[in-house]
Design a protein around this ligand. Sequence first.
Ligand code: FPP
Length: 248
Amino acid sequence: MPVPDTLDQLFIPRHVAIIMDGNGRWAKRQHKPRLYGHKVGVDSVQEIVECATEWGIEVLTLYAFSTENWKRPADEVGGLMGLLKNYLQKELSRMVKNDIRLTCIGDIENLPTDVLEVLRNTMQETRDNRKLTLNLALSYGGRAELIRAVKNIINKVDSGRLQIDEIDERLIDSQLYTAGLPDPDLLIRTGGEARLSNFLLWQASYAEIYFTDIMWPEFRQAAFTRAIIEYQGRERRFGKTSAQIKSG
Ligand code: FPP
């Protein structure tokens, strides 16, 4: 999947984060069980990962399972865990071949042990890969991530390893699950809702946000291209004026 002609190759976002929403509704519309939507959603994951790798995106963060998703019916949670495990097992050789590093963010200790084992193995086997970082948000919540960071920081202060004056944005970055990754440039949400749903609350401060009505199982190369075209047409000012940006 070469970079489409419609995209400016010199202005590809470094980090794209995606809220993959709409699987259940998409399945319902075709009178199928919700899990069918998640299954076809995995095909979208494969296609989008392939695009990201070929187009030169450095980091792709996918919101695969939120802290709130544990409240879903047990069979849906179990089904999602099974899909995740299968995906990781099936894709390992392709990740190795295509130079993809798998990382994750979230409270992964909550995952079933068999899934956790496959996840750890995939991360280990791909840790030296450099082309794309595929970062899965699993049992992830932005507020829980911030609480964890605050606790770590207070521990450091209490034990004398850190002075309060040393607390700045970089220090907070370093205590998040995403430490070491650039902030997302583009955050996409499929499925027609326009909210962040506890995703990357700190990291997405300056991200361009793109909402689309397309349901995740139908979000493929053409839709991804359109999202990046829209991103490339926006001016990122980071609080400055347009003239300041243009004068470099
Ligand atoms: C939201 O759709 C989607 C999820 C909660 C799970 C996303 C998971 C996958 C696409 C498959 C597994 C992931 C990987 C990385 C292999 P929804 O069910 O909330 O949709 P709805 O709003 O229509 O109900």
